[in-house]
Design a protein. Structure first.
Length: 422
């Protein structure tokens, strides 16, 4: 009798972290994600008006500065996933947090448009670039794919709480204490430096099967390679949504104070709208995560796209404080859908083996939207006297993508080895 040799699939070379280590990693991941904000458009939006006044920049000129700084980071982003695989999450976390602290301090010390450009580029590179991917990879690799939506909701709720605290402190510094934006940014740089030390002390590196760079074949457990992921309809439709919606939202974030001023509101309303949005995120994210778990992550995303279309297209209706408050809540709900899905769907749909590479690929898209948003809305405002024409166009495009998403099946990288579609 002849024995027939059959090739058996190699077991997944991963060991799950203890529960305490997984949740500790989640807390640290949320903390270092907040450290990316000085290089992000929403934080830049808080100091945009003082910067325009101090450096005598037009909105389109500031948009161009932000565009080229961000596009430099977008080009370099293609290598972020490989960099993380080689450095490891532990070393990436504390080193990139420390470099982000240094870049934030340099922004506060900028003495002209060119030094501001260099500092913003570095802040986006180390913060919005590598550190953001590090944070999301640490989150994704610390939990099983089936736990990804709930873990993402807790992670995002923590980031909202941290962000609200920092935002309130910025408000006190700028409005009540009348500090300059430079003083506020220097204090933030010190806080980021402290976060780098905390990440050195508390991160437990998760052990996950490294990407198969030779065979580039999907694992038997339903996990997909980066090349399979980027060709999937989910990646294409959601990626386009990240680009177009991100362009609209990031442009609004940078010029939100000006946008509300055009509608007849002052700086207090600007901070009120920010705080309402941030605090409501905590509740909305848990609701969205629960819906993703008990219903369908794809359908939740599609409905969130349609809601985002309505939010972007309804800015012209902001003529009373109550309208601004309601609009801020709806914007927060739409953004909650986006971020919960964004931070969970890649591990949920494609698995964890090539997670850093997949997140690095989509991160190029989100960084590009951060570059385009302020540029396009700044040009629209300077040349047409209003942000509305661009926002109405974005709203139509987002609506069409929401309809398309209703037709997309989201794969599920089942941890027990069965791939399903939902």
């Amino acid at each position: 009798m002849t024995a027939v040799a059959t090739e058996q699939p190699a077991p997944a070379l991963r060991s799950e972290l203890p529960l305490f280590a997984s949740w500790t990693n989640l807390i640290v991941a949320a903390l270092i994600y907040i450290c990316t904000n000085p290089g992000r458009t929403q934080y830049m939006g808080v100091i945009t008006e003082p910067i325009l006044e101090e450096f005598h920049l037009s909105r389109s000129a500031f948009g161009q500065l932000n565009f080229w700084a961000t596009m430099i980071v977008a080009v370099l982003s293609f290598g972020f996933g490989t960099l993380l695989d080689r450095l490891g999450l532990y070393r990436s976390a504390w080193s990139m947090t420390a470099l982000t602290a240094a870049a934030t301090a340099l922004t506060a010390l900028a003495d002209g448009p060119w030094t501001l450009f260099a500092a913003v580029t570095l802040a986006r590179l180390f913060g919005q670039g590598v550190l953001a991917v590090t944070s999301t990879s640490l989150l994704g690799k610390s939990f099983r794919p089936r736990h990804a939506p709930i873990a993402a909701a807790v992670y995002l709720a923590l980031t909202a709480v941290f962000y609200a605290g920092v935002l309130q402190w910025i408000r006190v510094g700028l409005v009540e204490l009348e500090w300059t934006w430079r003083s506020v940014w220097l204090v933030i740089a010190v806080g980021i430096g402290c976060s780098a030390m905390l990440s050195m002390l508390f991160i437990t590196p998760p052990t996950v099967l490294p990407p198969d760079r030779v065979a580039m074949k999907a694992s038997p457990a339903g996990e997909k390679t980066v090349w399979e992921a980027v060709r999937h309809p989910l990646f294409i439709v959601f990626g386009l949504y990240c680009l177009i919606n991100g362009t609209a939202v990031k442009g609004m974030d940078v010029f939100m104070e000006s946008l509300l001023k055009d509608r007849g509101f002052g700086r207090e309303m600007f901070f009120d709208s920010l705080m309402i949005g941030v605090l409501s995120l905590v509740v909305f994210k848990f609701l969205v995560a629960w819906l993703c778990r008990v219903w369908s992550i794809g359908k939740v995303l599609a409905l969130g796209m349609l809601l985002s279309s309505a939010v972007v297209g309804s800015v012209s209706l902001l003529d009373t404080p109550n309208n601004v408050y309601v609009w801020s809540l709806l914007k927060s709900l739409a953004w909650s859908v986006y971020v919960v899905v964004y931070f969970s769907v890649w591990a949920y749909a494609f698995g964890r083996r090539d997670l850093s590479q997949i997140q690095g690929a989509i991160h190029v898209v989100t960084i590009t939207s951060s570059a385009l948003g302020p540029l396009l809305l700044g040009i629209c405002r300077d040349r047409l006297g209003s942000y509305l024409p661009a926002l109405h166009l974005f709203a139509v495009m987002i609506f069409l993508l929401g309809i398309a998403m209703l037709l997309v099946k989201v794969p599920h990288a089942d941890p027990d080895g069965i791939a399903t579609d939902t």
